[in-house]
Design a protein around this ligand. Structure first.
Ligand SMILES: [Zn+2]
Length: 284
């Protein structure tokens, strides 16, 4: 007869290793993981900037509410994303992002609107531990992360350099572990398009912090920081399996606004692409 822990191990479904591929949903082009969706029902998406209704610097799928775009167009863009994935707006958590390390948690669809309201005080990570509740965070150079546990519970995180230093990614993994009693090495981590080490120029006061906190391999020279390397080192330090971390490998500044928005490449006036996730209950 199996002991309790052995039974748990035997019945835990391991996720397929993470892999990002391009997909089309409604009018939206996104990076997603099809095998993840087949295995546990979680749909993840890093949105591209095509397929929306905004114009000029915000063309076209701008999802950011705090930029100087027409709010009605932003609302229509967000609806397009939610419709594409069968998500409804009243149970979509869209925090006000403040470069902090607060991670909000939603455990049931009933509490989604209260959680959403509480995140307007500032939150840069959202953990969803229930079906049919989605979350959408916005980016233009900062690193988007999506983490998925074998149960189908997930986290979406906004990490600029301040968030990385404040260890928000580790906080999200810890929260998932506490909810699921899962070990960190079973969690899949997806890092979306963000400013690459090629373009992330910083002062030495910042690069010194990264070198001390996350290792010298995050700082190829004193003027540049590798956010992706820092996130990997940070996550592996709390037990995440490096082979379960995938990076889209796209620098938003190198991209020059073709597929993604970039704050630096645009001189500061641009829209925001999104990181989105939902687990929908399968139709019976
Ligand atoms: Zn670059």
């Amino acid at each position: 007869m199996l002991g309790h822990s052995e039974m748990n191990a035997a019945t835990t479904l391991a996720l397929p290793y993470p892999r990002l591929v391009e997909g089309r949903f409604g009018s939206c082009t996104v990076l997603t993981d099809e095998s993840l969706h087949e295995a546990c029902g979680v749909r993840i998406a890093f949105t591209e900037r095509t397929g929306g209704v905004s114009e000029g610097a915000y063309a076209s799928l701008n999802l950011g509410r705090h930029v100087d775009d027409d709010p009605e167009r932003v609302r229509r863009n967000v609806s397009r994303v939610l419709d594409a994935f069968g998500a409804s707006e009243d149970v979509c958590i869209r925090p006000r992002q403040v470069h902090g390390n607060t991670v909000a948690v939603c455990r049931s669809a009933k509490e989604a609107s209260a959680v959403n309201a509480s995140t307007q005080d500032g939150a840069d990570g959202v953990v969803v531990a229930c079906d049919n509740v989605s979350t959408l965070l916005c980016f233009a150079d900062c690193a988007p992360l999506i983490m998925v546990a074998p149960s189908g519970h997930f986290a979406v995180v906004h990490a600029g350099w301040r968030g990385v230093v404040a260890r928000i990614a580790e906080g999200a993994v810890r929260t998932l572990r506490e909810i699921d009693r899962v070990s960190a090495d079973q969690v899949n981590v997806y890092i979306g398009p963000h400013i690459g080490v090629c373009h992330f120029e910083v002062g030495t006061e910042v690069s010194e912090v990264f070198s001390c906190e996350f290792g010298e391999d995050c700082v190829p020279d004193p003027r540049h920081v590798d956010l992706s390397r820092a996130l990997r080192n940070s996550l592996c330090g709390v037990g995440v399996d490096e082979s379960r971390i995938v990076d889209a490998g796209i620098c938003t500044v190198c991209d020059e606004g073709r597929r993604f928005f970039s704050y630096r490449a645009s001189g500061g006036v641009c829209g925001r692409h999104g990181a989105f996730a939902i687990k929908t209950t399968p139709c019976s």
